[in-house]
Write a protein that binds this ligand. Structure first.
Ligand SMILES: [Mg+2]
Length: 263
């Protein structure tokens, strides 16, 4: 990127959540996941079938995930075993290819990174089904935020770190190696968006119609990204303008771009 195009877009990098950001889990994935977690609570932890659903939602609310909650409560649950039970058996065939989204992502000139609370196997499986596995530079996931978990000798030795915890967010930003002020973070969870905003990221709340206070943008569907955040492509437009437009054309486009980003 030359210095002109770099300065014309406010973003050097985009961090994308995966589930319910790049695809909707309402296609049957979320329901299957809830059932798998309930089965895990019954089969592996000995809770009653009757109690499992309310326990699951209680653990999610208090600890961010059932795995995090179970470990915090002293259950020695192996993260890989948990993930292969609850994610490994998901009906991934319900996730369909997204050629339009693929074209959109591939038109983004900046670095693109996945930042998900899910485990790596799930992220890779979902991205493959979507046809997006080669659209991202790296995947920051459960394993990235919890590198010491496999070495723990007690379940409560290392708390499970997930978005929106500040510690998890900081690990992710370090792994991404980004300047938060020049990074756009897209997530469907308003608490994650708030955590990102607190660390200086520009934020997009995805899958909603009403903006949360900490969201800079709101997108009902990720497919609307170009309409709602056109300044992502300011750099690409700059490159094109450099080659094919006259100076006066370029000036007027720069004025428009500056107005769009509120510069
Ligand atoms: Mg999500």
């Amino acid at each position: 990127m030359d210095s002109y195009s770099k300065s014309s877009s406010p973003f050097d990098c985009l961090l994308f959540d995966l589930d319910d950001t790049l695809y909707s889990s309402k296609i049957g994935i979320a329901e299957a996941l809830r059932n798998n977690i309930d089965d895990f609570l019954v089969e592996k932890c000995g809770f009653s079938q009757h109690k499992a659903p309310s326990l699951r939602s209680e653990l999610f609310k208090t600890y961010g995930s059932s795995l995090a909650g179970l470990r915090a409560l002293g259950y020695n649950i192996d993260a890989d075993e948990y993930h292969s039970f609850v994610h490994g058996r998901l009906p991934y065939n319900l996730i369909k290819q997204e050629p339009q989204l693929r074209n959109l992502l591939r038109s983004i000139p900046q670095r693109k990174i996945i930042f998900t609370n899910s485990d790596r196997n799930h992220a890779i499986a979902a991205l493959k089904r979507l046809g997006l596995e080669d659209c991202f530079e790296k995947i920051i996931c459960f394993e990235t935020m919890n590198p010491n978990l496999p070495n723990s000798t007690r379940p409560d030795q290392f708390p499970v770190l997930l978005k929106p915890s500040m510690d998890a967010m900081k690990i992710a930003l370090r792994a991404a190696d980004v300047d938060p002020r020049r990074t756009l973070f897209l997530d469907d969870n308003s608490r994650n968006v708030a955590a990102g905003k607190a660390l200086g990221l520009s934020t997009v709340l995805v899958g909603k119609t009403v903006k949360s206070p900490e969201a800079d943008y709101v997108l009902e569907k990720i497919h609307n990204l170009a309409q709602v955040v056109p300044e992502i492509w300011a750099a690409a437009a700059g490159d094109r303008i450099n080659r094919s437009k006259s100076k006066s054309d370029m000036d007027s486009i720069l004025v428009t771009a500056a107005a769009t980003v509120g510069a």
